[in-house]
Every structure is written in C-alpha cells, then in structure tokens.
Design a protein around this ligand. Structure first.
Ligand SMILES: [Zn+2]
Length: 414
C-alpha cells in the first residue's frame, strides 16, 4: 500500500473535537439543524476551513461553504460535502467525516502548494437529517432548486418555523433570498462525498472502504386495513374480520418479494404498525402500518410495490376488509457517475487498496447534487453497521484511507 498523503492525526483530532459539541451522556451527539449546538459546530468548522485556506460564507439555505480558488476562477468548482447536523441521540461520524475529509483534502492542497485549475469548495449542508423540521436533505435540495418558499414554513416541535430559524441563525443568511443560492447544471464540475456506510457490508467482507455505484430510491406509503372489532372471547375465529391477521400475511409477502432475487439489493420494511382501538381483549377494528421499499433499480422496486399492493387487495377480499393505500413519497434511485466510479476504482488500485463497488441503501446529500452534476461517493466501514445511534463507530484508519482515496482522485480532476 502506498504511503498516505493526508494527515490522519489532524483528521482524528477534528472528528474528536467536533464530537464534543452536543455530546450526549453515552458518547453520542445531538446537533439539530440551526440549533445552538449547530451554531457552535458551524463556528468551529468554519475556523478549520479558514486554516485550510478556504474563504468561508453561508448561502441562504444555511449551507456553510468554503472555497479556494484555482488558477482559473472562471471554471466550475469541484465540490466535496456532507453534513454536520445529527439525528436525535445520534453518532459522531455520520456526515461529519465527509465535511472534515473535504477540509483535510484542501489542507493538503494548500500545504503541498499543489497548483490546480478548478476552484474547490467544501460544503456542510443544512439539515440533512430532517430531525428538527422533519424535512431532510434541505440544504442540498435547496442548492439544486428543489426547495420552495412554502417549504420554509415547516415548524419544529416548539412551533418555530424554518424561516425564523434560518433568519436568526446569523451568518448573513436571508431566507427571503433563497433563489439567489440555487446552482444550475454546469455550475459545479463534480461532487464528491465520503460517508460511513451505515450498514454491515464492508465489515462483513473485510474492506475498509467501498465505492458507491448508486443510491437506492425509497417508496414510502401507509396502509390502513379496516375490519370489525369484537370481543376476544366471544367471536368465533371463523366469523372474524381481523385486519391485523391480514397484515401479517402482507408483511410476510413483502419479505418474500424482497428476497426473491438473492443478488438484488431490494429491501422492504414495516417500521410502524398500530392497532385500533388497541386492547388485549379486543379484536382490532382497524390497523395502520408503514411500508418502506427501496432498490437501486426503479423497475424492480416498482414491481415489488405493485405486487405488495396486489397482495393487499387479495388479502382484503379474502378476509372481508377495506383498505386504503396512502403513498407518501417516491424518490428515484440515483446513479453515481460512471466516469467518477472508474476514476475512484483506478485510484484505489494505484494506492494498492481493494475497494468493492456497492450500493447505498440510505439517502445522502449527493442524491440531489446528482441533478446538476456528476457525483462520486466513497463509503467507510463502520462497526456492526450501526448508525443513528451513540454506538456508531468508524476507525480512524478507515476514515483516513477513504479521505486519501478521495484526495488522490480529486487531484486527477481538479
Ligand atoms: Zn449522513
């Protein structure tokens, strides 16, 4: 393996120091977007950006942007980004390593006096997690022109609107002028993101880092089945219209459909299920459950969605139930750029690293950037695949390896 150019110790120190802000009792972090903790983290990260040679500003979506000019300031920049907000009671690596890797890469460009044509920008996107205004990927969505003024009216649990929160956050953010912060096709040459995997694939297969080929698109819906309530002791089994038993058939079918092709990364989850009226001795009158179905292949995902819906109709008919399917959101899967996948693969070979090509089941800021530019993503192995949890952990060796791979790849394009 070739020696590493980036400064692992500095990267480690920055991860540790940022992990102190909003630190929870069990070693996790809680930094909700545009909160006091987010502000403190922003000030610290902005300081590090300046030390690395970046000039710092905020756009009107609340994105923190550091920029270093290249030889030709008219060329579009290469952008490296992720987020520093967290979920409630989250971990200290999710998002953070992508922003700090970007800063480390610029640090090295500056320290080694590397001449580059394109400018480089490092971005910490506002509210990726959506844990405050329940509306994730806000900053990256905004940057590509997918946020409308009415989206700014979303409220947090204290009835503070996002508009107000942006306005009072400072740093010159003016939510009335979000239009001025939209970037278009051609404005960014390429976008790179380093992120923890948040799943068990790399660890199971013993790779420190992986190269992402695409990000799965989720289909989210809510299903309601209505039957007839009754006394758990007196209504004979053959006369029941129990929607909960019907749901179990549907959930089993969902699992079967997703496992149909063992090679495919299709996943389906029922994460919430509630029975009404909800009594130990009452046959439920109605039940509601959520469906989360994801795949990197849109046709394959839609086929699973359709077959689950067929099953809902069939079960309802057989059991005398009524059904309602509420589609909440359907996002397209996103492909990473072939050019950048190729470039990352070649660079990893040059470095003597073996990095598998893999898909991302979780959404990331890169998803929206893909609407206006080429995206390249690198995943870092994380312990037991655990994320959004104080137990989230990634080894600094792996984070450094991923950062170095990104550094060497960026050098080829900048
Ligand atoms: Zn993240």
């Amino acid at each position: 393996m070739k020696t590493m150019t980036i400064n692992k110790e500095r990267l480690k120190l920055h991860i540790e120091q940022l992990g102190e802000i909003g630190k929870t009792a069990d070693g996790g972090v809680q930094r909700l977007a545009l909160s006091k903790e987010d502000r403190e983290a922003t000030l610290l990260v902005a300081e590090w950006m300046k030390e690395a040679g970046l000039s710092v500003r905020h756009d009107h979506f609340g994105n923190l942007i550091g920029r270093k000019e290249g030889q030709n300031p008219c060329l579009p920049p290469i952008m490296i980004g992720s987020h520093i907000d967290s979920v409630r009671n989250g971990g200290k690596f999710d998002g953070v390593i992508g922003v700090l890797a970007g800063i480390e890469i610029v640090h090295k460009l500056t320290e080694l006096n590397i001449v580059h044509e394109h400018p480089i920008e490092v971005v910490a996107f506002c509210e990726e997690e959506g844990s405050r205004f329940n509306d994730g990927l806000f900053g990256s969505r905004g940057m590509v022109g997918k946020v409308k003024y009415e989206d700014l009216q979303k409220l947090d649990e204290n009835q503070i609107s996002r508009y107000q929160a942006l306005k009072t956050f400072g740093f010159g953010i003016e939510p009335d002028f979000i239009d001025q912060s939209v970037r278009n096709k051609g404005d960014i040459k390429q976008y790179f993101e380093l992120h923890i995997e948040q799943g068990p694939f790399l660890e199971k297969n013993d790779y420190p880092v992986g190269i992402v080929s695409g990000i799965a698109g989720p289909s989210w819906s809510k299903v309601k089945l209505v039957g007839e309530a009754g006394h758990a002791g007196t209504v004979p089994m053959s006369l029941r219209r129990d929607p909960l038993v019907g749901a179990t058939e549907i959930i089993q079918e969902l699992e079967r459909l997703c496992m149909n092709d063992p090679e495919a990364p299709t996943v389906g989850t029922v994460g919430i299920i509630s029975a009404f009226p909800g009594g130990a001795n009452i046959i439920p009158e109605s039940i509601e459950f959520t469906l989360d179905i994801r795949d990197i292949d849109l046709d394959r995902r839609n086929q699973v969605v359709r077959k689950v819906e067929e099953k809902i109709i069939q079960v309802s008919r057989n059991r005398g139930l009524e059904y309602v399917i509420d589609k909440n959101m359907e996002a397209q899967p996103v492909k990473c750029s072939e050019n950048l996948i190729q470039s990352l693969v070649e660079t990893s070979r040059d470095l003597g690293m073996e990095a598998p090509i893999m898909v991302s089941g979780a959404g990331h800021d890169a998803m929206f950037l893909a609407e206006i530019t080429e995206i390249g993503m690198v995943f870092v192995r994380c312990r037991n695949g655990i994320s959004h949890n104080p137990k989230e952990w990634a080894e600094i060796e792996d984070i450094a390896a991923g950062t170095n791979l990104l550094f060497e790849t960026v050098l080829k394009h900048i």
